[in-house]
Ligand binder design. Sequence first.
Ligand SMILES: [Zn+2]
Length: 315
Amino acid sequence: MPARKVRKAYAPYPSTLEVVKRTTPGPEIAVTNFFNVLINAGVLTVGLTLRCKECNHSSWHTLNSLAPTVTCPRCLGSVAFPSALPPRREDWAYKVIGPFAAEHFAHGAYCVASTLHFLVEEVVRESTWLPSFRLTNAEGKEVEADFGMFARPNRFSHATSPFLLLGECKSFNVFKAEDFAKARYMAKLFPGAVLCFATFRETLNAGEIKALTRIVLRGRKSLRTGKLLNAVLILTGKELFSQFRWDRQLHEAYGDRAKYAEMVYIRRDIEELCSFSQQVHLGMSSYHEWLDEKHRRRIARMKTPKARPSVSSDG
Ligand SMILES: [Zn+2]
């Protein structure tokens, strides 16, 4: 009978190193330093994999548990330490530990944490935030937000008063109809709030772009305060991963738009950042281009003489 494949909760040294290398472009020393940081920060821990001669099961053993004989966790038999054939590099393996061991990208927490970090470091001046909370209205309708943030705008921003940001985050899953419905509901509840959609994926699919474009257009109305009804900020892997790179600056991630991005991130005007993110991730025109086009269309309509002038019958 072929052996059933058991899902392993550890990765051998070569594959762990490969992943660390992929996330750390640069010289060998940078890779080693980052690997050390992951160990010292309690993200990864090293152990030894030993194969049991009784049941043929490979199991992972902590450094503290290593002894002349260890217990096989599968058959509870004794596994002798292979003293005559000491472990090779590939016999050492790494496990994520503590909160990092939670499945599904720590139940989405990595994406929320990266998004909050990005907003704090790159967008707002001061903030107070809350991850994962429920909003309940008087009728008992409940919606969950991945995060909420009260932010003080940056010095060079047009906005002068603090604003509310409400976030929906997806690690690698796709935004669904219920996420968009929730965003529309929250937009209605909080005029002036910025809606933030964040994902680790680099690009959005056609369905997401269509739905988000509709939410953006719905929010492109001006409130009496001069703020937009609901500005929409889209963040993807482009922003969320670029913020941690040390070999290039954030704006360089935008290719042709790098110069424009640099200015946007210097000014840190939330509505401009939203508009920029919509151009990059949804392929929309900027808010100002869109507004100009709207005005042009209105003027054109006014100039077009009506075929037959309507005569008012009352009065
Ligand atoms: Zn065994």
